[in-house]
Every structure is written in C-alpha cells, then in structure tokens.
Ligand binder design. Structure first.
Ligand SMILES: Cc1cc2nc3c(=O)[nH]c(=O)nc-3n(C[C@H](O)[C@H](O)[C@H](O)COP(=O)(O)O)c2cc1C
Length: 177
C-alpha cells in the first residue's frame, strides 16, 4: 500500500521551503504533497497517513511567524494512528543559545495534546557534527534532535547530505511501522 505523505511547512525567507522541496524530491513523484501553512489550514494534515512538519526558529528562540499564528490549531489536530516526522532550520553560530528551539517547541506541543498522542514519531536525528551552546530540540540526554536539524546559515555544505540521509532513514522507519 502506498502511504500518502503530506509535508506542511512555514518559512519566512524561503529556506525551509527550499528544504521541503528537496525532501519531496527524495521520494517518488507524487508521493509527497507540499503545503505552505500560510495558505492552508493545519487541519488538512489529518488527510495524510504520514505527516512531515517543517519550521524555522526566529528572534532568539521564537517560532516562525506562520506557525505562531497556527499554534492554537495544533491542539485541535487528531493525529491518532498517523506517523509524524519533524525538521527544522536554524543557525548554530548566530543563535547558538537558541539553536532550533522552535523544532523542540513543536515537538513538545505535539506531545502535550491528547489528539496527537496516538501518533508514531519517527525521524529523530543524531546530534553529531553540530556546534552550539543550547537547544530546546534535544532529547535522549542531548544525543538526538527531535527531527532533522538543518543549518543553511552556518553549515549549508552539509544540508544536501543530511536531507538525503534523513529521507533514507524515514523510508526505513516507515517500512517497519
Ligand atoms: C533575525 C533572525 C533571528 C533568528 N533567530 C534564530 C534563533 O533564535 N535560533 C536559530 O536556530 N536560528 C535563528 N535564525 C536563523 C533562521 O532560522 C534561519 O536563517 C532559517 O534558515 C530561516 O528559515 P526560513 O527562511 O524558512 O524562515 C534567525 C535568523 C534571523 C534572520
């Protein structure tokens, strides 16, 4: 059975949007549908079997603006039985004390809501090859990010490889859920 994958992102200066397109390109044509949350209600995510959420961190640990305006909608989502993966954009040099904080806040918000607690989370990403002071996006005693952490400001040279590896990881995890 082919799974329907929906990728929902918010992006202020297009970096998350470009990453979303690169993630889409790692899958078969038509397998991943992209949605800018500026244009569609978050509720639309419920139509998919697998949901990828993408967002950037802004202004010293704040959520990207479109996500901020949709934030209350997260509590209304029913993601029971869905598979969910997250990715984030940040800058570990310029904002070393807040690296990827919004990614962690989205993870926490999803975990806190009863409608989303029945979802399976995949796509955790090892915290290796990064250099920053603090991040709210870490779990497992700091060993993993709660999703793919991309940094187009300070480590753009790693992004392509990270996206490819993460998508391979998602495919392997999806094969066993
Ligand atoms: C004013 C400003 C504030 C930022 N604040 C943070 C931050 O607190 N933490 C972080 O990891 N990245 C921060 N960044 C980096 C952005 O997340 C990064 O540039 C990202 O690629 C933007 O993605 P977008 O264009 O899709 O919104 C900031 C960037 C700017 C310009």
């Amino acid at each position: 059975m082919t799974l329907r994958i929906g990728l929902f992102y918010g992006s202020t200066t297009c970096f998350t949007e470009i990453a979303a397109e690169k993630i889409q390109a790692q899958f078969a044509p038509g397998e991943v549908e992209l949605f800018n949350i500026k244009d569609v209600p978050l509720k639309q995510a419920e139509q998919f079997d697998v949901i990828i959420f993408g967002l950037s961190t802004w202004d010293f640990g704040e959520i990207q603006e479109d996500w901020e305006s949709h934030w209350p909608d997260i509590a209304e989502l029913n993601l029971n039985g869905k598979v969910v993966a997250l990715f984030g954009m940040g800058d570990q040099v310029g904002y070393t004390d807040w690296f990827q904080d919004a990614l962690g806040m989205l993870h926490d918000e999803l975990a806190a809501n009863s409608g989303t607690q029945g979802c399976t989370r995949i796509g955790f990403w090892p915290n290796q090859g990064y250099d920053f002071a603090a991040s709210k996006a870490l779990i497992a005693e700091g060993e993993f990010f709660v999703g793919l952490a991309l940094d187009e400001d300070s480590q753009y040279e790693y992004s392509e490889e990270r996206i490819q590896k993460w998508c391979d990881q998602l495919k392997a995890e999806l094969a066993s859920v």
